[in-house]
Design a protein around this ligand. Structure first.
Ligand code: ATP
Length: 238
């Protein structure tokens, strides 16, 4: 499989604080890769750096073989690299449909927008029923679906999800992960999944990295990591 994303020796942080230290990881096209770790390990910062929201102070980020380290954040979704931030960041007073249309990013013709809307509503049929409702009135699980659907509106090749399971009931967590898996397996979408829900993440992912205090300390097939006592004790509460 070809590498779609390569993070090479990236260091990043905020002000005087360094949060990521020489982080390297790769993602192959069509894979689901989980990044797990404790609170404050730097998982969100890693996604933000890949998304161009936090500058890399050292190292390089390559997307489809191209060095995108210096590209602005807004360049990325338009070129196939999308981020769903923690909590989804929807516009609560706008309708589901309006939120989705915002995800189409660049101004496009009505026909294209309609086609994209149909595509994402086929993935999330519940959003068709809710299309006129204010996003703020939806359940947590539905809001997460809108956030993912909004990111899909620009037809990304790689979707980064920051803690999609936060605040969801176990039933909804299952649904959201099921959809993520379906998108990867059937539609060929590549997914980077940041999760504190380590058991679920390692179940759905092909490979995983463990981030600890800003360092990648482990990486490998998710199934193997899931079976390791050390990982189970440190992150899975077993
Ligand atoms: P969590 O699951 O709690 O979000 P995380 O692994 O995603 O944890 P980050 O959110 O990347 O971790 O945070 C890593 C460190 O960076 C923490 O010490 C945090 O306080 C700090 N940090 C995060 N965002 C900022 C910011 N905007 N300004 C300053 N420090 C920040």
């Amino acid at each position: 499989m070809s590498t779609i994303l390569a993070v090479e020796g990236v260091t990043a942080g905020y002000g005087d604080a360094t949060v990521l230290f020489d982080v390297s990881c790769t993602v192959a096209a069509g894979e689901i890769v989980a990044v797990v770790g404790a609170n404050g390990a730097g998982k969100t910062t890693l996604l933000s750096t890949i998304a161009g929201l936090v500058p890399a102070r050292a190292g390089r980020i390559a997307f489809r073989g191209e060095d995108i380290t210096g590209r602005p954040a807004h360049w990325r979704p338009a070129h196939g690299l999308a981020l769903v931030a923690e909590g989804g960041r929807l516009f609560p007073f706008m309708s589901v449909e309006e939120n989705l249309l915002l995800g189409a990013y660049a101004p496009r013709g009505r026909a294209v927008l309609k086609e994209r809307l149909e595509e994402v509503m086929a993935v999330f049929p519940i959003l068709r029923e809710r299309r006129e409702q204010a996003a703020g009135k939806l359940s947590g699980g539905e809001r997460q679906m809108v956030a993912i659907a909004r990111a899909l509106m620009c037809r990304p090749d790689l979707l980064m999800l920051d803690e999609p399971s936060v605040g969801l009931s176990p039933l909804m967590v299952g649904r959201v992960f099921e959809i993520v898996e379906r998108l990867a397996r059937r539609e060929g979408l590549t997914v980077v999944l940041v999760e504190q829900n380590v058991t679920e993440a390692l179940t759905v992912a092909d490979r995983a990295y463990v981030l600890d205090h800003g360092h990648i300390v482990r990486g490998g097939p998710a199934a193997a990591l899931r079976g390791e006592r050390e990982i189970q004790e440190a992150y899975m509460g077993l």
